[in-house]
Design a protein around this ligand. Structure first.
Ligand code: GBH
Length: 457
């Protein structure tokens, strides 16, 4: 912890850690799990750094008791994991796969026995392959299938699960999966990916309704957000940054919190039935924000759309992503800008006012790739600095009136970082992927002390 006294958080503030099924479970061929679009995508050549796959990942499917014990030692109140849809419904529809569901029974019961609140997400990107092959999120039917899946999980777990998240980051699925071809299913449709955004939002709203009808409550979504900074005050840069901001942030928040799409996107959005908007705006109990860094955006440049994590973007886009300069960077190259986190949260309060439900930070963290040193310990000081600064920035926003109820660090474990494979480590716990040995890092001890101090305060 920093020398400065750590700010106090309100009593009952929820401290947690996050993971996602495809990134940690492994066991992709066990107990009747169906394939997901990510299995197919990762198997293709050149998709994942070093040709990595999630076949084994952290073997959380078998090692969850050890991982629950680590969380108990860490002292978190809650664990945000995700259900694997193809484990529950192998083809994305129809009857439940009992053996797959039984894994989550064991996980949920183990968490409850350890005094940790299960806080699952229904969908964190592992679309059942059969649905993907039928068009995936470009196909409206996928939202209907998602509602069935939500209903089934709600009915099974309502009495044991007190906090639910529908979907993780529709923006990343839309932009990285269908827009830029960096994630599954690997389509590069540019603006033609926007129907996927609508169907993901529709699935969220239908999922909220299905969960409630099944008796489940305390429901939110986890949306990725980051401040958008224009590259300069020039007209062209301001305009491009405004458009990017509308797409990356408000496209995914306005329909949920405000019942309408941003005006600026009208020229790009598909025609949709009027009745979809009230469904998307189905009342939620809280709003989840995943946030890592701000993005610098400028007018298009000849020949380049800029890049995301080393992947080139299409030069025909009406904006180009630039590098935020003059700040430290994580090992992933992402800028470390805590004040942009405060700015983002204040921006939400300003944009939605009283319509903004309580917020949970459902993800925040940093890729810091240090491994065990000669002393066997992992001195990931830069992760501690990142988390410390972002928690202070969060507290600053709370002091300015933003109602934030909890913070989930991404992640408990080093894990399968999508297109970056195992090259980027976000865990409080180091994982040696050859042996599956877990080593709590210095940040684990830091976070654990912080949680205990916050609780005693
Ligand atoms: C989260 O994604 C994921 O939920 C999690 O699974 C992942 O491991 C973690 O963060 C760390 O990466 O989407 O085109 O508008 C955050 C990934 C990537 C989301 C960049 C926002 C911005 C560009 N972020 N993305 S775009």
């Amino acid at each position: 912890m920093d020398d400065a006294v750590f700010p106090s958080f309100p009593p009952g503030f929820v401290w947690g850690v996050s993971t996602a099924a495809y990134q940690v479970e492994g066991a992709v061929d066990e107990d009747g799990r169906g394939k997901s679009g990510w299995d197919a995508f990762a198997a293709g050549p050149g998709r994942i750094r070093d040709g990595d796959t999630a076949t084994m990942a952290c073997d959380h499917y078998h090692r969850y008791p050890e991982d629950i014990a680590l969380m108990a030692e860490l002292g978190v109140d809650a664990y945000r994991f995700s259900f694997s849809w193809p484990r529950i419904q192998p083809g994305g529809a129809g009857p439940v796969n009992a053996a797959g569901l039984a894994f989550y029974d064991r996980l949920v019961d183990g968490l409850l026995a350890a005094g940790i609140t299960p806080s699952p997400t229904l969908f964190h990107w592992d679309t059942p392959l059969e649905l993907e092959q039928a068009g995936g999120w470009l196909n409206r039917d996928t939202a209907e299938r998602f509602a069935d899946y939500a209903q089934l999980l709600g009915a099974h777990f309502a009495d044991r699960i007190p906090r639910w998240t529908t979907i993780n980051e529709p923006v990343s699925v839309t932009m990285l999966g269908y827009g830029a071809g960096i994630h599954a299913p690997g389509l590069s449709l540019g603006f033609d990916a926007l129907p996927a955004a609508h169907h993901l939002l529709l699935a969220h709203g239908m999922g909220v309704q299905a969960l409630r009808s099944a008796g489940a409550g305390n429901i939110g979504i986890a949306n990725n957000h980051g401040a958008t900074w224009p590259a300069s005050r020039s007209e062209g840069d301001l305009q491009a940054a405004g458009l990017y901001d509308a797409i990356a942030n408000w496209l995914f928040a306005d329909p949920i919190l405000n019942g309408a799409y941003p005006e600026a996107l009208a020229p790009f959005l598909p025609a949709v039935p009027d009745s979809d908007l009230p469904t998307i705006a189905a009342p939620i109990d809280w709003y989840g924000i995943n946030s890592y860094n701000p993005t610098l955006v400028g007018a298009p440049r000849a020949g380049t759309g800029g890049q995301i994590d080393g992947h080139a973007l299409d030069a025909s886009l009406p904006f180009s992503l630039r590098e935020v300069e003059d700040y430290p960077r994580t090992d992933f190259g992402w800028p470390v800008v805590p004040e942009a986190f405060t700015e983002l949260l204040l921006g939400f309060k300003k944009r939605y006012g009283n319509k903004l439900p309580p917020i949970y930070i459902t993800e925040n963290g940093a890729a810091v790739n240090d491994g065990p040193g000669p002393d066997g310990r992992v001195h990931d000081q830069r992760r501690i600095e990142y988390a410390d600064a972002h928690l202070r920035a969060l507290k600053a926003a709370m002091d300015a009136g933003v109602d934030v109820r909890g913070y989930f660090h991404w992640s408990l474990l080093d894990n399968f970082e999508w297109a970056a494979g195992y090259s980027q480590r976000f865990g409080l716990v180091h994982v040696d992927f050859a042996t599956q040995r877990r080593t709590p890092k210095d940040s684990f001890r830091w976070f654990s002390e912080l949680i205990r101090a916050a609780r005693d305060a």
